[in-house]
Design a protein around this ligand. Structure first.
Ligand code: SF4
Ligand code: SF4
Length: 59
């Protein structure tokens, strides 16, 4: 099944992906980007927005 993953070595915790997500499917929790798979529609808006290329949809 496809899912969105974050590369924690790349993520700079800028919050851009959280701001762009219309589904409240991600959240910065302290210095950790949480992704809520049950809410994520895999629209990839966050993938396109991330300045660090830290987000990716994988099989
Ligand atoms: S947009 Fe990219 S760098 Fe910024 S918090 Fe999201 S995953 Fe991390
Ligand atoms: S893929 Fe879409 S729904 Fe999922 S976290 Fe990114 S912006 Fe939100």
């Amino acid at each position: 099944m496809k899912k969105l993953i974050v590369n924690r070595y790349r993520c700079g915790y800028c919050g851009a992906c959280v701001a762009v997500c219309k589904f409240n499917a991600n959240e910065l929790v302290e210095t950790y980007l949480e992704i809520y798979e049950d809410k994520c529609t895999l629209c990839q808006a966050c993938v396109r927005t991330c300045p660090m290329n830290a987000l990716e949809v994988v099989e």
